[in-house]
Ligand binder design. Structure first.
Ligand SMILES: Cc1ncc(COP(=O)(O)O)c(C=O)c1O
Length: 359
């Protein structure tokens, strides 16, 4: 006799986590799109001070952080949702919006949590292939919206390809989606985009009650290990709904304090973005010189093909032996491609040297 689980446990795909956490220090961790920089010093101080108070539960209203975000974006605090990472908000949104008979539309390949949202709720996943330039195919996504659609997910820039649609195209898309369909624009990497000012999308959530902009402190702010994300919602009811389906204390007190402090350092954020973008340009150029197909990245990672005769597993094993961890394209939806996070200059150079050797 074994324990009997629900049907959804059979349906939910296993999340393709990166390995290598036990490999020690001398490894270039280029597999999880994290920041190569540590948290800012004043953030460490604020979180350290907060540690002395963890006998208390965190503020369940997240008010300090919500007010700080409201000030930064000039956005109503009651329409800002907080989560234990933005994944937490995605999964709560699935619970609040999806059920058997409902449909969720998203591009593919895209973020690995999206299929989980459908599987966990029994909704039907409509996966729309990316266009020829590996961008979200917005026309085709619109064509897939039916009376059963409850949720559309737009990953912009897209993980794993790094490609982005310009805001004008997203605006046109949103204007054509029926009002009762929730559109989550997942902007986990928006700070790294040079297409336009990352904050220019805010108007979407100001003008459309069905739009939610999803962002995170895990990437440019370097707080992935603390787990904190947020959503700027077109309608307060989205925040209330995602709070209804979770435990009251969904965001820990260190994360709340650290995120609030990190927000005060936009100059440092700008400096980090510049470093990442400069490294991105160099890495793309070097990969193209190797004759490899590289998607147009607006994120802190690069999606590139391997030569046709290369064996993805052998390349990944070879990279690991050389102390470089990147993400397998097969695990992310396309065999023969790799996703490489932009690391420190020495880590990126190590990746290039190892890849040159292996190819
Ligand atoms: C597109 C996208 N959205 C959301 C997330 C979730 O990030 P977090 O839960 O750390 O905020 C990630 C993480 O890699 C991502 O790639």
């Amino acid at each position: 006799m074994t324990i009997e689980f629900t049907d959804k446990i059979r349906r939910i795909p296993v999340y393709p986590t990166a390995g290598g956490y036990a490999l020690g220090d001398d490894v270039a961790m280029l597999a999880s799109n994290e920041a190569p920089f540590g948290p800012m010093p004043s953030v460490v101080e604020a979180a350290t001070a907060a540690l002395s108070h963890v006998n208390r539960y965190p503020d369940p209203t997240n008010m300090g952080l919500r007010r700080a975000l409201a000030g930064r974006f000039d956005f109503p605090p009651e329409r800002i949702a907080i989560g234990s990472g933005s994944c937490d908000i995605l999964l709560s949104a699935a619970e609040a919006l999806l059920e058997p008979g409902a449909e969720v539309v998203y591009g593919w390949p895209s973020f690995s949590v999206y299929p989980q949202m459908a599987a966990a709720t029994g909704a039907r996943a409509i996966e729309v292939p990316l266009d020829d330039e590996d961008r979200y195919d917005l026309e085709e996504m619109l064509a897939q919206v039916t009376v059963a659609t409850r949720l559309v997910l737009l990953c912009n820039p897209n993980n794993p390809t790094g490609t982005a649609q310009p805001l004008a195209a997203i605006e046109e898309f949103v204007a054509r989606v029926p009002r009762h369909v929730c559109v989550i624009v997942d902007e986990a990497y928006c700070e790294f985009s040079t297409l336009e000012d990352p904050d220019s999308s805010l108007d979407l959530a100001r003008r459309h009650p069905n739009v939610v902009l999803l962002r995170t402190f895990s990437k440019v702010y370097g707080l992935a290990g603390l787990r904190c994300g947020y959503a700027l919602c077109g309608d307060e009811r989205f925040r209330v709904a995602v709070e209804q389906v979770r435990q009251p204390f969904f965001c820990n007190s260190l994360a709340q304090v650290a995120a609030e402090e990190a927000l005060r350092h936009q100059d440092e954020v700008g400096r980090r973005v510049e470093l990442v973008v400069a490294e991105r340009i160099g890495l793309v150029e070097s990969l193209r010189e190797l004759g490899l197909r590289v998607a147009e990245s607006q994120a802190n990672f690069i999606w590139h093909a391997l030569p046709e005769d290369a064996d993805e597993t052998a390349v990944l094993d070879g990279l690991r032996e050389r102390g470089v961890l990147v993400r397998s394209g097969r695990a992310l939806g396309r065999e023969g491609w790799l996703r490489v996070t932009i690391g420190r200059p020495d880590e990126n150079a190590r990746y290039l040297a190892a890849l040159r050797e292996l190819l």
